[in-house]
Each structure stands twice: as structure tokens, then as C-alpha cells.
Design a protein around this ligand. Sequence first.
Ligand code: NAD
Length: 376
Amino acid sequence: MKTVKFGIIGCGLMGKEFAGAVGRWSHLEEICAKPEIVAVCDTNPASLDWFLNRITTIKYKYTDYKELLANEEIDAIYCAVPHVLHQQIYVDIINSGKHFMGEKPFGMDMAQNEKIMEAINNHPDSVIRCASEFPFYPACQKLIQYIKEGKTGRILEVKAGFCHSSDMNPNKPINWKRVKEINGEYGCMGDLGLHAEHIPFRLGWVPENVCAKLSNYITERPDGKGGMAKCETWDNATLVCDTKDSLGNKFPITFEMKRMQPGATNDWYLEVYGMDMSLRFSTTDPNAFFFTEAMDNEQAWCRIVVGNKPQIKTATGAIFEFGFADAILQMWAAFLWEIEGRELDFGCVRPEETVLSHKLHTAALRSEKENIIAKL
Ligand SMILES: NC(=O)c1ccc[n+]([C@@H]2O[C@H](COP(=O)([O-])OP(=O)(O)OC[C@H]3O[C@@H](n4cnc5c(N)ncnc54)[C@H](O)[C@@H]3O)[C@@H](O)[C@H]2O)c1
């Protein structure tokens, strides 16, 4: 079995999730290549220590990511750093010629994304993807399969969202995700948007325009040092767009990205309403797939508990429950499959989908500022 040697740049929350997935790699039944974390880089010594104390395959640690990139033993990079650093670090990673999984939003704004895309276009042999885990839930994959099979009939409306309640407490100290200079003007859209957009974009539902309602409810938060800091990022976004199906039929698609949605811990959802059948999936009921059955002139919602039947088979029993850690493993397995050039029914976010996301978020900012329906 081929080993793909990884370096991680940014050893925070998501770097650790990757390490967890690598630790469970032996659970995959259909292994094509195996990731091995050989190097880590972070400017915070505590983040590096977490890795060095747990992951025995690490041979190199760095505080300067350029030194990690110069290490020829490393085949692929995972980078999970604050958004303001995306352009500089991603461009350098891509120019190193290594395969690369980046984090959303793939550039803090459109200008950063354009620079990243320029570098990607100069490196057609590298496999470059953006992280997004939720489509890999088996119940969500069933929803995608039903859409591809045309079971919905003519689509009436689509709603896609990613909502948290993590910022409901106004006394929660500010962190980089709430600071415009570090997280970007998109606010919650940059943080949550690509997750909600991955499946609609892959299915070809490209927004033509957007009417955006953006809200900033908490304008100040404790700075963690006894004072208060300005909180300028958007907390919540609702984007209502026009799109078309493959036959040219127009329908509305709504994207919700919210950090202040009461009761929503990590609620990622997709709802598709059709003439023949409607479908829905939400991570609040992660093993269930909902669809309607028509009974004369009425429609009944049916619920199937799908269980553990992921795209890339694992040793876990099919009746066991599937969760976020399993979705992360599936996403990483999909990335390794893509590096190996193997076919997948549904893969990771492609760079061109991040461009669409930036067009949508930039148009949404214009829509909010000018109070207009903005074209993409
Ligand atoms: N896919 C997901 O589900 C998901 C979830 C959360 C965050 N994210 C994304 O992951 C990225 C990072 O978010 P996070 O929550 O892991 O953040 P985090 O703050 O937990 O971790 C970021 C790490 O980057 C390190 N860092 C900062 N500057 C650095 C530099 N110059 N060189 C090396 N390391 C540096 C920090 O010290 C920190 O350890 C963001 O793009 C975010 O949008 C994705």
C-alpha cells in the first residue's frame, strides 16, 4: 500500500481532527493509499506539543511553514490556519508542487482567492481540494443519489444551511473568527458558507443573483484581557438566490449561514422540494434520510435510518450510527482516492467551486450594502 507523507500547517482544531482520521485509517476496508503525518508546523508551541505528545510518526516540527515546504520527503499538505493567512500560505504550498487540502474559504476574499487560483492553474498535476465533511454522511449521500436519479421531478425550491448557536452568549470572549482583519468581511459566510454550498454547486445549482440579509447582533465582546473589543463580522446571513436546473427551469435556492441560531449546535442541512418527491437531511438527526411519498393529493414525510453505509466502506457494522468523526474520515479517504486518480460518486470541494463561493459572498456583501438584488 502506498504511503502519502503529510505535513500539517496549522495544528489547531482542524489539524487535530485530521490526526484523528489518520489514527483510524485501518478502519477503511477499501484502502488505496495511507496518509502518514511526518511533519507539523505551528507558531504556537502548545499546538505543536499536542501533536508531538501523541503522533509517533512525526519526524519534523517547524515554526516557519516555508521550511516544512522545502522538505522533499513530504508529498502532501493539510493547511488549517486563520483566513487572513490563506493567500500567502496556500500560494506557497501550491508552488511547492505538493498535493494540498486547504480549508475554506480558500482565501479571505475574492482577491485572495484569485491569487490562489492563479497558482493552481500553474500546477495542473497537483490534486488540490478544500475541506467539507457533511456530504459524506451516508444519509446525505442517499439524498444526493435521489437527486441524481431525478426522483424529485421538477425542483420547486432548495434550502441549504449551516447554523450554530456558538455565539449566543454575548459574554463569550472574541476570537479571530470574529475579527474582520483576520476572518475577512464575509464574516459567517466565509466561516460557514462553503459547507452549505458544496452539494448545490456540485449539482450545478449555480446562483445567478442574490438578495442578502446580513446581521451583526453583537458588536462588542470581551477581549479576554479585562476590556471589550469591537466585533465587526456578520453573525448571520440569509441569501436568497435564483438558480436553474439542468433543463433550464428556474427555482429559488436559499443559503443560511448563522452563528446565532438558537438551539443549533452544528446544524448542517439540505432540503430539496420537488413536484414528485421532496428530500431532506440534517446533522441534527444524522442517520436519518427524509423523503415524501405522495398519497392522492397529500404528501407524507417518511424517515429511513440509514446507519453506517458510507461511500468508502469501513469495518464498522452497517447498523451502527455514523457521526462527524466518520464523515471526516470519509472526506480524507476521498481526498486520498482523488490523489490516486480513483473514481468517486461524490468528492471533495474543487477549487473552481471555491471561486463560485467567493462570487456569491462578494455579491451578498454588495446586496446588503446597496440594498439590491446583486448579480453574481
Ligand atoms: N472543515 C471544517 O469543518 C472546519 C471547522 C472549523 C474551522 N475550519 C477552517 O480551518 C481553518 C483553521 O481553523 P481552526 O478552527 O482550526 O483554527 P484554530 O485557531 O483552532 O487553529 C489555527 C492554527 O493555526 C496556527 N497558526 C497561525 N498562524 C500560523 C502560521 N503563520 N504558521 C503556522 N501555523 C499558524 C495557530 O497557532 C493555530 O494553532 C480556517 O480556515 C477555518 O475556516 C474548518
